[in-house]
Write a protein that binds this ligand. Structure first.
Ligand code: Q46
Ligand code: ZN
Ligand code: ZN
Length: 306
């Protein structure tokens, strides 16, 4: 197998692109895909100060690495969720990545700052772990980006993630979510601009990028992901992709080009209804936002006696 660009031995074949790449051309391909996504969806401007939400996993470290390589002023944000050894190890990977490259990493520790961890929060709020976790992360990411005056919040969602979310939204016709499923959400009161520069890269390409670029990421999956519906959606999409390379990209990128706009009005209506949380000041559809209610339930001393 030879590299499509230079004819040297290739490391990886990308059937969707009808290409094989050596190490150098794989790195270049991944950077080009990120640059293309940024341009195509008007995600970032060259002078933007960006905050990258990093988990220590391959996607977030890859997007941080690529953005720094493209010349962006990119600071990392690590949120410690208190998920046992998994959180300790993921924090080590994020810290080491930042230290080795001389990059700034902001850290927020949920148990230390808010007095609960994700397993407790999930039980207290009677939410699935990923739901309590997602709520916590979204709130803290937004808050850190707004408080730090960053121009954009970057997350490492890749093509496989976005296609799986899209499949879930379509299966249940979650039209408001479909209207919001765009790789750029513009800033508005209390929310930073949110962008997903990896949407043109699949999981396998991002993993290969990290290995080739010498990025030491946490390989273990979060132990609380078991039962997460999106894992099942990813399997379905992988089966489709195996038979028809490019199916995932057609599904997701085709949705963005041809269908997403049809759901925009519904997403807008949901947004217009937002007020402000009376505790933390974050945008909220009720008097107290969902995050403050989660903190309250998770740290209620009465609850532990019940
Ligand atoms: S960290 Fe949190 Fe993920 Fe773990 S609990 Fe679920 S959402 S799986 S990205
Ligand atoms: Zn090559
Ligand atoms: Zn609040």
């Amino acid at each position: 197998m030879k590299c499509t660009v230079c004819r040297e031995p290739a490391l990886i074949d990308l059937r969707r692109h009808n290409s094989n790449f050596c190490a150098e051309h794989l790195l270049r391909f991944c950077r080009d895909q990120v640059r293309r996504a940024i341009e195509e969806f008007d995600m970032l401007r060259p002078a933007d100060r960006v905050l990258v939400a990093v988990s220590g996993g391959k996607d977030s470290l890859a997007v941080w690495d690529i953005l720094v390589g493209l010349g962006y002023d990119a600071t990392g944000l690590y949120v410690g969720l208190g998920i046992g050894d998994y959180s300790d190890t993921s924090a080590d990977h994020a810290r080491r990545f930042a230290t080795e490259r001389g990059l700034e990493l902001i850290t927020v520790d949920v148990p230390e700052t808010y007095g609960y961890d994700i397993p407790e929060g999930s039980r207290a709020a009677r939410r699935a772990p990923c739901s309590a976790c997602g709520l916590t992360k979204r709130h803290l990411f937004d808050q850190a980006a707004v408080d730090g005056g960053f121009d954009a919040l970057v997350t490492g969602h890749n093509l496989d993630d976005e296609a799986a979310v899209l499949l879930g939204n379509v299966l249940h016709w979650q039209t408001e979510y479909l209207g919001r499923q765009h790789p750029v959400l513009e800033a508005r009161d209390g929310f930073p601009r949110k962008v997903k520069p990896l949407v043109r890269l699949g999981e396998r390409e991002v993993a290969a990028y990290c290995i080739t670029a010498g990025i030491d990421y946490i390989v273990d999956e979060c132990p609380m992901a078991v039962g997460n519906k999106h894992l099942g959606y990813k399997e379905v999409l992988n089966a489709l992709e195996a038979g028809s390379p490019g199916a995932k990209a057609d599904f997701y990128l085709g949705f963005l080009r041809k269908a997403a706009a049809a759901f925009g009005a519904e997403a807008e209506a949901g947004r217009a209804a937002l007020g402000t949380c009376n505790r933390c000041g974050a945008p909220s559809s009720s008097d107290t936002c969902a995050f403050c209610r989660l903190v309250e339930r998770a740290t209620d001393p009465e609850r532990s006696r019940r």
